[in-house]
Design a binder for this molecule. Structure first.
Ligand code: 2AM
Length: 175
C-alpha cells in the first residue's frame, strides 16, 4: 500500500511569501532558527500525516462538498512555541470562516483515522523551525491581509535534503 504525507492548507501568494521573507530577515536574529523557504510558507488547516490513497481520495471527496464563503485573514500576530521550536505568524482575531473550515477538515480527518495532535486549531504560518532558545519577537504593529478564495491539499516530501510541498488538489470557496 502506498502512502503519502498530506495536509490541507491555505496558500500564500508568491509576493506575500517574498515580503514575509524580507520582513523575517530584518526582524529576527540570524541564529533565531532555521528559516522556512519562501515557497514553503503556508497556513495548515488540517494535518493528515501518512495516509493511503483510499483515505486521501475519500477526504478529497468530502473536501469537495464543502460550501462556505471566502474570508480575509489579518496576519498581525507572532509567537514562539519553544517545545516544537517554531516561530510563527498568526492572527489576533482569526475570522470565523477560517475556524469553521479548519475545524470541519480536522473533524473529517479525525473520523478517517488521521488523529489531530493539538486539541484546538491555532492558525499560523511557520516562519522558523529549530528555534529552541528564547526568541526576540518583533513588536506588534505589522500587518498583512490575506484574501482567501480557495484551499488546497498538499503532499510533503523530503528530497535531497529539502522539504518539498506539492499542491495535489484545489477547491474554491464561494464568493
Ligand atoms: P507546523 O508548521 O506548525 O510545523 C506540513 O508539515 C505542515 O503540517 C506544517 O505546516 C506543519 O505544521 C504541519 N504538521 C506537521 N506535523 C504535524 C502534526 N503532527 N500535527 C499538526 N500539524 C502538523
Amino acid at each position: 500500500m502506498t502512502t503519502q504525507r498530506l495536509f490541507f492548507a491555505l496558500e500564500l501568494p508568491a509576493p506575500l511569501q517574498q515580503e514575509l521573507v524580507r520582513w523575517r530577515a530584518e526582524n529576527f536574529a540570524e541564529d533565531a532558527g532555521r528559516p522556512i523557504a519562501a515557497a514553503n510558507l503556508h497556513l495548515t488547516l488540517a494535518f493528515l500525516g501518512e495516509v493511503s490513497d483510499e483515505t486521501s481520495l475519500r477526504l478529497q471527496q468530502l473536501a469537495g462538498r464543502i460550501s462556505q464563503p471566502g474570508f480575509a485573514i489579518d496576519l498581525d500576530d507572532a509567537g514562539h512555541w519553544p517545545r516544537p521550536g517554531v516561530v510563527w505568524l498568526g492572527c489576533q482575531r482569526p475570522p470565523r470562516g477560517l475556524l469553521q473550515l479548519a475545524n470541519l477538515l480536522r473533524a473529517q480527518a479525525a473520523r478517517h483515522g488521521c488523529a489531530q495532535s493539538a486539541p484546538s486549531f491555532h492558525p499560523h504560518v511557520t516562519l522558523l523551525r529549530n528555534a529552541a532558545h528564547k526568541v526576540a519577537l518583533p513588536p506588534r504593529g505589522f500587518h498583512w491581509r490575506l484574501d482567501v478564495s480557495h484551499f488546497v491539499l498538499c503532499s510533503s516530501r523530503f528530497e535531497k535534503g529539502q522539504t518539498r510541498y506539492q499542491v495535489l488538489a484545489r477547491w474554491p470557496l464561494s464568493t
